[in-house]
Structures are given as C-alpha cells and as structure tokens.
Ligand binder design. Structure first.
Ligand code: MG
Length: 158
C-alpha cells in the first residue's frame, strides 16, 4: 500500500465558473487558475502523484503549456488515474476536504463523489468528499482550499 497527501488553494474572482470535483456550483464567484481551477481535483491528483513519489501536477501539466489553458481537471485526473494503473496500483480510498466559507457545498457532495468514483472506476464507498469552513479565520472567503489523502493498493499479479 502507498499513502499520499495533496493540498491546493485558489483565489475566488468574478467572471469565472466555480468547479469543484467536476461539478459546476452556482455561485457569483469562481476560482482563478490556468485550468478550470478545480482545487479539489488538483489536491486529489497531487495526493495520487505524491503517493507514488512522482512529483506534482505542476510538473506533469505545467501552466506555461497552453494545452492546459482552461483544461477540464477531470480529464487531467483521468490521466493521473492512468499513471497510477501503469505503476501497478488501484485506489483503496480517497478522502477530500474542501475548505470554503461560501457557498454551501452540502447539496453537491453526492454528485462530487460520483464524479470522482467514475474517474477512478471505483465504488462511491471508496470516495469521501467533505466540506468545512474555517469559521472566518482562514481564507475568509477570498479563496477555496482543499486537502486530499489517498491510499493506493498494489494490483496483485497472476
Ligand atoms: Mg491548483
């Protein structure tokens, strides 16, 4: 088994869609970034790459590369899942925590878990997505952050 952790933060700005775990969330602000800035998926990809000691998404999908402008982070996640499998691992489970003062994310958690489970080709019971605020003490509504932890299991041969 291998364990990995990922962390990411993006700034909230006007004129951008808010995308979290592949779900478009209705909100007056969206996350700024070179890709679609899906901060939760970024943290999750970094957790998978970290568990394999393969660096991070900045290394794999550089923001200097125009190919990744406004990229769908769920498509990038599919590529990371492919790298995980090529290295001989499957997902045991993932636990993602989104840190946002606003908007309320509870109505979207089920859809987010389904999106991630589809990307990994695993059951929804292997994917946890949680949301918390920082009681106004942290990012304070200026941005959204995410932490992700994954456990990978080696694919048994033969
Ligand atoms: Mg990011």
């Amino acid at each position: 088994m291998r364990i990995g952790h990922g962390y990411d933060v993006h700034r909230l700005v006007q004129g951008r869609r808010l995308v979290l775990c592949g779900e478009v969330i209705p909100y007056e602000l969206g996350l700024l970034g070179h890709s679609d800035a899906d901060v939760a998926v970024h943290a999750l990809m970094d957790a998978v790459l970290g568990s394999l000691a393969l660096g991070d998404i900045g290394h794999l999908f550089p923001d200097s590369d125009p190919a990744y402008k406004d990229a769908d982070s769920m498509k990038l996640l599919s590529r990371v899942v492919g790298i995980m499998r090529d290295n001989g691992y499957v997902l045991g489970n993932a636990d993602v925590t989104i840190i946002a003062e606003k908007p309320k994310l509870a109505p979207h958690i089920s859809a987010m878990r389904e999106n991630l489970a589809a990307a990994f080709g695993c059951g929804i019971g292997q994917i946890s997505v949680k949301a918390t605020t920082e009681e106004g003490l942290g990012l304070g509504g200026a941005g959204i952050g995410a932490n992700a932890v994954v456990l990978l299991e080696e694919i048994k041969k033969g």
